[in-house]
Unconditional design. Structure first.
Length: 163
């Protein structure tokens, strides 16, 4: 049973919530430290992240490159806007899709503005991620990629990291 909840709001928002066993400090660090990110943010089984640039500071760059081991790849670039340890991250990201990109998906994708909050919940953390996309067509194209499956696989790995 999945622990991830994904909902849409209005025409341009996606809200993802997930509970973790670890405290907010550990979950926040797992989102900002490259060595930790490379252990969990991998999507479906079989993918790796050979490139992980994560400059966790306002204006800092983000660049993740994934490989499926058989020629498939995906790249995400972005930058941080706000970091409030250990409670909130605001960043912008865009995916650079493999060629050809899926139907209705521009390459790279338009900016996705993301606010992630980490709240203590007992000994664990409630993470709430709110994505703001430029329009409903972009949001629907993003949801059609099956992102929920890849997110849950990644978050299950994060939940198994030592706190």
């Amino acid at each position: 049973m999945t622990q991830l909840t994904l909902k849409t709001e209005g025409n341009t928002h996606v809200v993802v919530t997930r509970r973790f066993k670890a405290p907010p400090q550990a979950v926040y660090r797992a989102h900002t430290e490259p060595a930790l990110i490379q252990k969990w943010l991998l999507g479906p089984e079989g993918w790796t992240m050979p490139v992980c640039v994560n400059e966790a500071k306002p204006g800092g760059r983000i660049r993740y490159e994934w490989s499926d081991g058989s020629g498939g790849s995906l790249t995400l670039t972005g930058e941080y806007v706000v970091l409030e340890p250990f409670g909130r991250i605001v960043h912008v990201e865009r995916f650079h899709m493999p060629d050809p990109a899926p139907d209705n998906m521009p390459n790279p994708t338009p900016d996705n503005h993301i606010e992630t909050r980490f709240e203590a919940e007992g000994a664990g953390t409630l993470m709430t991620m709110r994505m703001t996309l430029p329009d409903s067509a972009t949001r629907e194209a993003m949801l059609a990629t099956g992102m929920e499956y890849g997110m849950e696989a990644s978050y299950a790995r994060l939940d198994e990291l030592p706190a």
